[in-house]
Design a protein around this ligand. Structure first.
Ligand SMILES: [Zn+2]
Length: 414
């Protein structure tokens, strides 16, 4: 099959005017001008007209479990109060509610041009009942705050659930046969060091990915640095051993846990960093992939995300939606615009990389070679198109795009 568009945005070179890609099975096999591609390939021609053909978008961090909580929790006085509020909402939901919430989330993500999602779920046992219409990395979100002595069992049970599900091999297949799942110890304040270590052991053994929430709120910083504050009080009240609190930033505590270099954690947030943290980051042997969720960040009124300081340290920064318990939609286009408002000096093509090339690097990781996030021969045929006015700044138009997508291909299928 040949797909032609007014412009093809490859992410490797300047956009190709009157361009086309050839697709065989689930892979891109050729690209160039329409005439070149037509000359070298045969098959059905799909002409998208005056559209820009783009790589499908990749959401590096979301919780589709909570799609049904959109608009349910107004911003709270404290982060601890927000956790109380979401726990109260979660207590009202059944397994069937979560299933429909996840299904609705997939549909919405797809509508906004997302072809791959890194989805954290607190219910790995539900995965086998879900049909994901887009490429999905499932992360089991793990918490042992009420039973830290069971850290290993909690991890092993989640691994077993995911193993039973083995979701849809066609959509999960990436080059080299890398598994498309991972583990997500929730955060330092809800997951014990033993749980983190067990996850690293499993990740090394099974060659899977790891993600966590880190240094998200001022209260988390206060809890670990000072041994005080609303989050500290809340966690202590539910029985968390707080002897690790006081005297260390969340980042320093996290770096102190790791033994399994060179696992590349996908770290969500990093909003709260001290000068000593930046010293640590400069000398850290481990580089993380960092996920920033601009609109959820705004909802919580977190401290400014220090992109301008992380970027020179060569951290791979991705954009994501996080969950609809703290966001309005699963649109990565809206996320790009929110980020652009905070970082007006950054060029729109660099912002677009943060929902394509960068999250592809986080999910594929260097060990398997890239297969996503670009339009390139050999890559997955995950493509979207948006109307293209033919103005001088194509990437500005892409970031500004606000409508739903009307054409998409996932894994070679329209
Ligand atoms: Zn999250």
């Amino acid at each position: 099959m040949i797909v032609r568009a007014r412009t093809v945005v490859t992410m490797d070179r300047a956009p190709i005017e009157n361009g086309a890609v050839a697709i065989s099975g689930n892979r891109i096999i050729d690209l160039g001008s329409f005439d070149e591609v037509k000359g070298r390939n045969s098959g059905e021609i799909v002409d998208l007209g005056d559209q820009a053909l783009l790589p499908g978008l990749i959401n590096a961090h979301c919780h589709l479990d909570y799609t049904c909580l959109r608009g349910k929790i107004p911003p709270q006085k404290s982060f601890a109060d927000w956790i109380r509020a979401i726990n109260a909402e979660k207590a009202k939901l059944s397994g069937a509610d979560y299933l429909s919430s996840i299904t609705e989330g997939f549909a919405e993500a797809k509508r906004f041009g997302t072809t791959t999602v890194a989805n954290l779920t607190a219910f790995p046992e539900l995965i086998s009942q879900i049909h994901s219409p887009i490429r999905t990395w499932w992360f089991a979100e793990l918490i042992d705050v009420r039973s830290p002595e069971q850290a290993n069992e909690i991890v092993d049970l989640a691994v077993e659930s995911i193993g039973k599900a083995r979701p849809e091999p066609v959509l999960s297949e990436v080059q080299g046969g890398a598994p498309n799942w991972g583990l997500a110890p929730h955060a330092l304040f809800t997951a014990s060091k033993n749980l983190y270590r067990r996850c690293e052991e499993v990740a090394r053994h099974e060659d899977v990915l790891l993600t966590t929430h880190l240094a998200e709120s001022r209260e988390e910083m206060e809890m670990f640095c000072d041994g005080s504050g609303p989050l500290y009080d809340f966690m202590k009240s539910i029985g968390r051993d707080v002897s690790d609190c006081g005297g260390m930033t969340p980042l320093a505590a996290f770096i102190g846990i790791g033994r399994a270099l060179p696992i590349e954690w996908i770290v969500a947030h990093l909003n709260e960093l001290t000068e000593s943290d930046f010293d640590l980051l400069e000398t850290a042997k481990r580089k993380f992939h960092v996920v920033h969720s601009p609109r959820s960040h705004g909802y919580f009124a977190h401290s400014r995300f220090l992109f301008e300081r992380l970027r020179p340290l060569e951290f791979n920064v991705c954009l994501a939606t996080d969950s609809l318990a703290s966001n309005e939609s699963l649109s990565l286009f809206a996320e790009m615009r929110a980020f652009q408002r905070n970082e007006p000096g950054l060029s729109p093509d660099k912002i677009f990389e943060m929902v394509t090339v960068n999250p592809a690097l986080a999910l594929d990781q260097s060990r398997h070679g890239g297969t996503m996030g670009r339009i390139r021969p050999g890559f997955q045929a995950d493509l979207i198109s948006i109307p293209c006015g033919g103005g001088t700044n194509l990437f500005e138009e892409i970031v500004a795009f606000a409508g739903p997508i009307d054409w998409m291909m996932v894994n070679g299928r329209m």
